[in-house]
Design a protein around this ligand. Structure first.
Ligand SMILES: [Zn+2]
Length: 236
């Protein structure tokens, strides 16, 4: 850009196409876009992916690498097609190489894709695994609610998959155990008074404890908010 003084703000021609570019360049944009579009299409088909629902970090890295190589040559007059195509060839070759390595070496797979992490076991949050993952409680609870889970005692296991999806395994209705309610209307209002013989759950890790007058803090996570545990079956 030239100095601020010579910049003609809101110059219509500069806004629409750029100062030194003839309008005929738009015809070239059509050709450039068509070429890059078909290259992207062919390369994605060759990569063997059938579609994209949740991207792993590895796939996201590829999309980011390819993104500007695909888009820039479509409309920047000084970005040529061949270098962009070379970028595609290199990134897809690396993709194929790394896919091969992840298939043959477990360590490479762990590094590239990560591994599934168990977040819930027998209705309790596995607190130490949770701390290592960049997942917030409200995110976990939200995903569980989408599976019609109203309290953690309905969940036997939950795994955070490498794609970011949550896999949930349920207790059958007659085996549901008391657990931490996760409906916002209940979860956001921790108990102030406690009743003997009722079971309470730590809002932070789901640990259970029978009610006493002074509940104090949780032995597992040192949280100090408690909710009356629910043992309702899952509604579907
Ligand atoms: Zn706790």
């Amino acid at each position: 850009m030239e100095s601020g003084e010579s910049l003609d703000l809101f110059d219509v021609r500069r806004l629409l196409i750029g100062e030194d570019i003839p309008y005929a360049f738009l015809a070239e944009v059509i050709l450039r876009t068509a070429v890059m579009f078909f290259i992207v299409l062919i390369v994605l088909r060759l990569s063997g992916k059938r579609g994209i629902k949740q991207l792993s970090v590895f796939e996201l890295a590829i999309i980011i690498s390819l993104g500007s190589a695909a888009g820039d040559p479509m409309f920047y007059e000084d970005v040529a097609l061949l270098p962009a195509i070379l970028v595609f060839i290199v990134v897809i070759s690396l993709y194929k190489l790394i896919t091969y390595l992840t298939g043959h070496f477990e360590k490479v797979e762990e590094f590239v894709e990560g591994k599934p992490v168990k977040l819930i076991e027998n209705g309790k949050i596995i607190y130490k695994n949770f701390l290592n993952e960049s997942l917030a409680y409200d995110e976990l609870f939200s995903q569980l609610r989408q599976q019609s889970v109203s309290h953690l005692g309905q969940v036997k296991f939950a795994y955070l998959e490498t794609s970011g999806d949550l896999s949930v395994f349920y207790f059958p209705d007659d085996k549901v155990i008391p657990g931490l309610p996760i409906l916002p209307s209940i979860y956001n209002f921790p108990c102030k008074e406690f009743v003997m013989k009722k079971t309470y759950s730590c809002t932070h890790c789901g640990a259970l404890r029978p009610g006493i007058q002074e509940m104090g803090s949780c032995k597992t996570c040192e949280g100090n908010e408690w909710l009356l545990a629910s043992d309702e079956p899952r509604l579907r």
